[in-house]
Design a protein. Structure first.
Length: 98
């Protein structure tokens, strides 16, 4: 990972940082990891994203059978969507339709 190549961390510290970034879930954990390893918060966020992507690749199968590629929409679906958007969004119906 290029952003960790620019840090003074050795290989075991980089691995430790990657593992701890996956585990950090509480408020302030990114800042504490940044202080602990003496790296920027941007580096911690990049390490977290890279670790999560690597784990997702390990867990995800190549069979993408649960992915929806198309959805059939009819006029009642569109009308319900327009009404829902006009209720929840601060827009006029004319702005939603166009």
């Amino acid at each position: 990972m290029p952003i960790l190549d620019r840090t003074p961390l050795n290989s075991s510290d980089k691995f430790d940082l990657l593992l701890k970034t996956i585990a950090c879930q509480v408020h302030g954990a990114v800042s504490s990891l940044s202080d602990e390893f003496n790296v920027s918060r941007k580096a911690v966020y990049s390490a977290k994203y890279a670790a999560q992507s690597a784990l997702k690749c390990l867990v995800t199968t190549n069979d993408e059978s649960d992915v929806i590629t198309s959805v059939n929409v009819d006029v009642p679906h569109l009308r319900r969507s327009i009404v829902a958007l006009s209720i929840t969004a601060p827009n006029s119906i004319r702005a939603i339709i166009f």
